[in-house]
Design a protein around this ligand. Structure first.
Ligand code: F6R
Length: 609
């Protein structure tokens, strides 16, 4: 999704903006641009394409001696990726970069056309720029003009603003789209994402709706947008190091993050396991509150939703607490029937996913308890949920989520076991035994990572495959969904995930000798049933990769290739099985020459509906 950076200081603003924009590349984008003050004149350079394309534009049309500017990476929503639709938008008087969507932009545009303005792009953003210009002319004063613009806008926005009359000042506002103000030493910054600032500062303010930030090299003032009274802000500190935003010797962030999973797992669970018991006290979530939950709505998108599906199985099995897993974009329009004791559990890596945030707000409005599992501290979901359990494994940069999924699963295991203990469904000894095996998963995950050669080999066999089915039962079905998503999003191979027993109710008609089926059979309790289903596809001449635990004998004619997993209790197999599936998707994408970390059409944090 779109990204914003801004700089005011004594150093070269263009250098900062280019470096910041490069850090935001991971979010997914299709065009890029910047505006700076050059000798009190606003100058803009922008282009369709990548940051490297902008560098080329800057080589042919250089900008000198700028110490204040704004930059943007655009992920097209209104209008195709093109030079004209790229941000910044504006004229000689104002320039803006915008994240979000303005819902009433047509009305504003028509009004501005009536006032004599013409438009050169198809974007909603240009209407904000024209509106700001109009009010600058009318009011002659930046704060009054910005305040008027805020009054007119409906939708979501984070805006970085330059105004010709104040060539030493950077302005920023936001609503429902993140924006941070980085605090430096004789220089200050804005960014939609802390990753862009880690190299320069870890200190920041969170800007809120209804506030205007007025930022110069030596000061940051935040005022209320109605009466311009000064607001005192709490200073935050980002404890992520810059290294986590670097590849650290790996060819791709995705591979680095897959390899970081054992560490992330340990860092997430260790502070919550105290002498063979589980505690969420560090998350301000006490036992009484947890024990009062009668039903969960687990609401999330994509990979986070897939983690939720495993969570549902665990919570229902161990704690016998009913769970519905609902895709956030559906939940928000479903008019759910809430009852006393319900808890809406939002799972989100970024904490900014628009649909998940809307679902959270819907639950809050209905007076239902909200709990969030979030990776990004200070994100909107983390701030707005009643309770937050933070995953503690550092930044996730690759668009395809791996480490975040692993950490989300880790928390869901703890939650299921904790609830079970609270409801007296696990004795202390049973809980201690489960925790013992659970903690051992860190070592098992490391072993799985050491076997990545198998995945490289399999990827070389399957690189020509055009379509794949992932099948499994129970927890394996949840894993099939996630494995299939990983494969399709980065390898661009058409994939479907199916409950193994459901295939014969229609979809098996697609299975031919050209089909590739990845059959997940990690669960001992139902392995025989899954193997019968595998035989059904094998009988139709599909190529079968069987992923199976090593304590199960399977006749050789049931598969073409086999990937064996170490045998542990069924409940822990998802933590083992997902690793080779992530690696297989990764190596397939590498062999196909795809942009692994920035797959086409995708964005890291989906802040539009
Ligand atoms: C897939 C992926 C997405 C996200 C989804 C939710 O690899 O990353 O499916 O899981 O967009 O994002 P968050 O977790 O940030 O709410």
């Amino acid at each position: 999704m779109c990204g914003i950076v801004g700089y005011v200081g004594s150093n070269d603003a263009v250098d900062f903006l280019i470096a910041g924009l490069s850090k935001l590349e991971y979010r997914g984008y299709d065009s890029v641009g910047l505006s700076v003050f050059d000798h009190e004149t606003i100058l803009t350079r922008k282009t369709k394409g990548r940051v490297d394309d902008l560098r080329k534009v800057l080589t042919s049309r250089p900008l000198h001696s700028a110490t204040l500017g704004i930059g943007h990476t655009r992920w097209a929503t209104h209008g195709e990726p093109s030079d004209l639709n790229s941000h910044p938008h504006g004229n000689f008087r104002v320039s803006i970069v915008h994240n979000g969507i303005i819902e009433n932009y047509r009305q504003i545009k028509e009004r501005m056309i009536r006032k004599g303005y013409s438009f050169s792009s198809e974007t909603d953003t240009e209407t904000i720029a024209k509106c700001l210009d109009y009010y600058m002319v009318q009011k002659g004063e930046p704060l009054k003009a910005i305040s008027k613009v805020i009054e007119k806008l409906e939708g979501s926005y984070a805006l970085g603003i330059l105004i010709k009359d104040t060539p030493d000042t950077l302005y920023a506002i936001r609503k429902d789209s993140p924006l941070l103000i980085g605090l430096g030493d004789h220089e200050n910054y804005i960014a939609s994402d802390m990753t862009a600032l880690l190299k320069y500062t870890k200190r920041y303010y969170l800007l809120e709706e209804g506030e205007i930030a007025i930022i110069t090299k030596d000061s940051v003032r935040i005022v209320d947008c109605e009466d311009f009274l000064e607001i005192t802000k709490e200073e935050h500190y980002a404890d992520w190091d810059e290294e986590s935003a670097e590849k650290g010797g790996y060819p791709h962030f995705m591979l680095k993050e897959i390899h970081e999973q054992p560490d992330a797992f340990r860092r997430t669970i260790t502070p919550r396991i105290i002498r063979n018991t589980i505690s969420f006290e560090r998350d301000n979530l006490d036992d009484r509150t947890l024990a009062s939950i009668r039903k969960f709505y687990i609401v999330a998108c994509g990979t986070a939703m897939h983690a939720g599906m495993i969570g549902k199985s665990l919570i229902e099995r161990y704690a016998r607490t009913p769970c519905d897993v609902v895709i956030a974009s559906e939940f928000r329009y479903q008019d759910p029937i809430f009852q006393d004791g319900d808890c809406v559990l939002i799972i989100s890596q970024s904490g900014e996913t628009a649909d998940s945030l809307a679902a959270l707000r819907l639950a809050k409005q209905a007076g239902v308890m909200t709990l969030a599992i979030v990776n990004v501290v200070g994100s909107s979901i983390a701030r707005e949920a009643d309770f937050v359990i933070q995953t503690i494994g550092g930044l996730e940069i690759a668009v395809a989520s791996t480490k975040a999924y692993y950490m989300q699963l880790s928390i869901l295991y703890l939650l299921a076991f904790k609830l079970a203990a609270l409801h007296d469904l696990l004795s202390s000894q049973e809980l201690a035994d489960l925790l013992h095996d659970f903690q051992h998963m860190e070592d098992v995950a490391r072993d799985m990572l050491n076997q990545s050669g198998n995945d490289q080999y399999l990827a070389s066999l399957y690189q020509g495959v055009k379509s794949m089915f992932f099948i499994g039962r129970g927890l394996d079905y949840g894993l099939a969904l996630e494995s299939s998503l990983k494969m399709k999003e980065i390898s661009y191979i058409h994939c479907e995930a199916y409950p193994a027993g459901e295939l014969k109710h229609g979809t098996i008609s697609l299975i031919t000798e050209d089909s590739m089926v990845i059959a997940l059979a990690s669960s001992k309790a139902i392995v025989e049933k899954t193997i019968s289903n595998i035989k059904e596809v094998k009988a139709r001449k599909a190529t079968v990769l069987l992923v199976v635990r090593d304590d199960v004998e399977v006749a050789e004619d049931a598969y073409n290739q086999k990937l064996t997993l170490p045998s542990y209790p069924d409940v822990f197999m998802p933590l083992i099985e997902i690793i080779p599936m992530q690696l297989l998707a990764y190596y397939m994408a590498v062999l196909k020459g795809n942009d692994v970390d920035k797959p086409r059409n995708l964005a890291k944090s989906v802040t539009v509906e």
